[in-house]
Design a protein. Sequence first.
Length: 583
Amino acid sequence: MSAKLLAPPRAVPVAGALGVWGALGLGLFVVALGALGMTVGCSSKGGAKVETLPAKPTFTIFALAETRGQIGPCGCTTDPLGDLSRTAAMVAQARREGPVLVVDAGGLLYSQPQLSEAFVAQEELKADLLVNSYRDSLGVAAIGLGVSDLARGAAKVRPARQAVNLAAGTGIPVEAPKVIELGGAKVGVLGLVAEGVLPGVSVSDPVAAGKAAVADLRGRGARFVIALVSADNKAAASALAKSIGGIDLVVAGLGQAAPEPDRIEPMADEVADGSFLVIPGNRGQVVSRIDVTMREGDGMTDAFGRAAAAARREEIGRRIPAIEADLVRFAADSSADPAFVAAKKRELASLQEELAQLDRAPLRVPAKGSYFTFEQVRISKKLACDLPVQEATAQYFRAAGAANVTFAQSQPVQPVAKGVATYVGSQACGTCHDTAVEFWKKTRHAGAWETLVKRGQEFDLECISCHVTGWNKPGGATLAKNEGLRDVQCEVCHGPASIHVAKEGDDDPKTLVGGPDPAMCAKQCHTKEHSDTFAYDAYLRDIVGPGHGEERRKALGEGPTGHDLRSAGLARAGKELGTGCTK
C-alpha cells in the first residue's frame, strides 16, 4: 500500500449520485470527502464554496496483453474465460458512461510463436478478425509488440505498433508515441521492447529510448503516461519502468510467462513512487481496468477500490489461517527459533489490521494529486456479448473450417507401412465386443464430435484432435477424412485395431493394450486449460463398468465421478449467460 494513502473514517449516509462510481456505495463518497478534509452541506448565498469530488473518473483504461489469437474460449472448461465479443460489449458499455482508452501490450495476432503450414489459413483469418474488431468495435488506441506477433514474419505484423526502441530496417510497421485527450486530460502512450525478447529483431537501449519518449510526451502536455512493455518476466518490466521514470502506468506483456487466471495479480504493483505495473491475463481471459481521476498536484496514487479490496481480503483470508496453524505448531516445538516466531506473530497482526482497515474503507483517496482504482475483470460467460463481433466470429469458424478442409484435402495421404496397425472404428470392435461398445455409447466420449458441431467448430484445428480417433496417425482421422472415426472411440485408449480385427483377436504378439498410460489423458486432451476438473480416477469411473472393465470399476470403489466433478464446477460457474450471447 502506498504511504501516501490516508485511512479515512467510517462513512455516514449522504444523498447524491456517483455516476459510474455507484458500485462503490454512497458511504464511500463521504469517506473520500473526509479523507480530503471536505464537508457536505448547504451554504447561504455568498457563503464559502463547498468542494466536492468528481462524480466519476476522468477516464477509464482497459488493458490487454498476450491475446495470442484467441477470439473465444474452447468451451471445454466449466467457467470458460476470454471472449472477444464480451470484451467489446464491456468496453462499449464503459464508453457510454465516460471517456475510455483501450490499449494492448502486444502478443496479439497468433496462437504460437511459430506456426505449422496446416495452421496458416486458420490463424490468418483469426488475426484479421482480431485486427478488425480491435479497430471497429473495441477502438484500441495503441498496441505494443510481442513474440507471437512475429509468427508469420515482419510483413504480416498489423496494425502499426508502439515500439520506440525498435531498430530501423526491421520491416515491422511502427507508429510514433501518441498523445490522446480523454475527459479534458492528455494521455501519452509509448511502447518498449526489452532486450532479448524478440528473437532475430534488433532493438536499441530501451531505457534511453524510453526516457526520450517520456520527455517528448510530457513536453506535448501529457499528464498521464502509459508504457506498453514487452518483456519475458515481471522483474524485467518493473526494472525498465523504474530506470526510465516518469511513467504512470506500465502494461506488461510477458510472452509465455503471461499468467493464467488462477495466477493473476489482483492489485497494481507500485514499481516506483507514483509508477504502477499491471499484468492482464493471457488470451483475453482477464482484462485490466483502471479508472483514473486526474486532479491538481503531483503524483499518482492507487486508491485501491472495492474490487481490489475484495481480492486482497480473499488473499488475506487464505494466509491468516496458515500462519495461525504455524504458530500452533511452533508453540509445541521447543526448538522453534523465537525470533522467527516473533516475526510470524508480527506478520499475523499486520494482516489482521490490514483486513480490519479494508472492512472500514475500501476506497482510499489521497489528500492531493491524482489517483486510480484497479480491477482485474474476468471475461466470463456472464458478461454481455457484442452482436457484430459474435456474428463475425461465427463467420470466421465457417471460413476457417472450409479453408482447413481444403488444405487437408490437398495434402498427400501418408502410406501406412506394412505390418503397422491402423484404425478401424468402434463399429468393427462391436462385432466381438458389443457389450463394451454399448457401454461406451453412454459415455461422454461417444458425444465428443457432437459438442463441436453444436459450436460450429468441428473443423477447428485447435479443437478437433481431442474429438476424433487416431488424429493424424497412420490410418487415423484427419480433417480430410474422419467419417467412422469421429468421437473418442475404443482405439484412442486401446490402440489401432486393424491387425487385431483381421486376426479375429488372435494376433500374437498382441497389438492392443488394456488401457492408456494414465499420464496420456492429462497430457493429450484433459489438460488444465481444457479440462479444469479432471482427476484420473474420478473420470475413469465414468468410462469403465459392465462389459467394459467391470473389475477395474470395482477396484476403483466408491468416490466422485468425472460427472460429479464437472457438475460441481458448472454449478459454481452458474448457468447465467450474458445478454445477446449464444454460447
